[in-house]
Design a binder for this molecule. Structure first.
Ligand code: GUN
Length: 281
């Protein structure tokens, strides 16, 4: 029977150590770390995410400002607002909540943010830094996944890690981070034949496909570390990309949904903000 990786508790521990770190840093810097979250339009899911981010910031002592803009804002106006925050020394982190309305290019907006203040890690320079093994801001969910794997005491070096999913925000960056940690990495996706056989060779299995319960016991090696990034609404309940009941009989460690990867994303966002503050951008 697998041990459950308690993402909620691990994220709470990270927040509490960030809180202490902030208190220490404030004594020498004489200023509070700050993040600006730019929210365009009235998407209800985005409003909830932004509210949760704001609450988490307050809890650790990061001052947060939500800059609300109308759905009709132009690309030029949004870029000017971002540039204002790029030049504001009191702003350590800038996050533009996605998705954005049609008239705006998400890519151009991500790249308008000063890469040092890009606490999402979505700027092309930060993505490029990860892919070329240089230091940059790491994006939050993949970084959270690495922390969850480490929390089990599993050494990543030398292990076979299989990542299912090749998205820009999770699959590809987490594969690169596992490689940086000296795992042997296989990336699988929707066109991969014999998925079960490939997954069943994994010591570490990370699943980020958005397909409810795609991964069953046949896909999992005895004792493997299984990280489920999926959050799929099926009827009234939330399920992962992994069949939790079946796989927990076989895996060594497994993340629950909810309460696994989800809480880590915000914890890493806070960590990226504090890092930017500490570096002085
Ligand atoms: N929308 C959903 N998830 C995210 C995220 O991690 N960052 C941003 N900026 N927008 C999102």
């Amino acid at each position: 029977m697998a041990e459950i990786i308690d993402g909620k508790k691990i994220a709470a521990d990270i927040r509490s150590s960030l809180k202490q770190r902030i208190e220490e840093l404030k004594k020498t810097r004489g200023r509070t770390p700050g993040i600006v979250v730019i929210l365009v339009g009235n998407d209800p899911a985005s409003q909830i995410y932004v509210r949760n981010k704001k609450r988490a910031c307050e809890e650790v002592g990061i001052s947060s400002r939500v800059h609300q803009l109308p759905e009709t804002v132009t690309q030029g106006a949004l870029v000017s607002i971002i540039e204002g925050y790029n030049n504001d020394p009191e702003v350590d982190g800038i996050l533009v909540q996605l998705p954005l309305p049609e008239q705006i290019s998400e890519e151009q907006i991500q790249n308008a943010i000063d890469p040092r203040k890009d606490v999402d890690g979505f700027h092309l320079l930060n993505e490029g830094a990860l892919f070329s093994g240089r230091s940059g801001v790491l994006s939050c969910t993949p970084q959270g996944i690495i922390e969850l794997i480490r929390s089990t005491g599993t050494e990543i070096e030398g292990k076979h890690a299989v990542v299912v999913g090749r998205s820009t925000i999770v699959g590809k960056p987490v594969a690169m981070m596992l490689l940086e940690n000296n795992a042997t990495v296989t990336i699988c996706h929707s066109r991969t034949p014999d998925l079960a056989d490939k997954c069943a060779d994994a010591d570490i299995l990370v699943v980020a496909t958005g397909q409810p319960e795609l991964i069953g016991a046949d896909h999992v090696k005895e004792g493997a570390v299984v990280i489920d990034v999926g959050t799929n609404r099926v009827g009234d309940s939330l399920v992962g990309d992994v069949d939790f009941e079946a796989v927990s009989e076989k895996a060594g460690y497994i993340t629950p949904v909810p309460g696994g990867v989800g809480p880590m994303t915000i914890a890493m966002l806070l960590a990226n903000t504090v890092d930017s503050y500490e570096r002085g951008h």
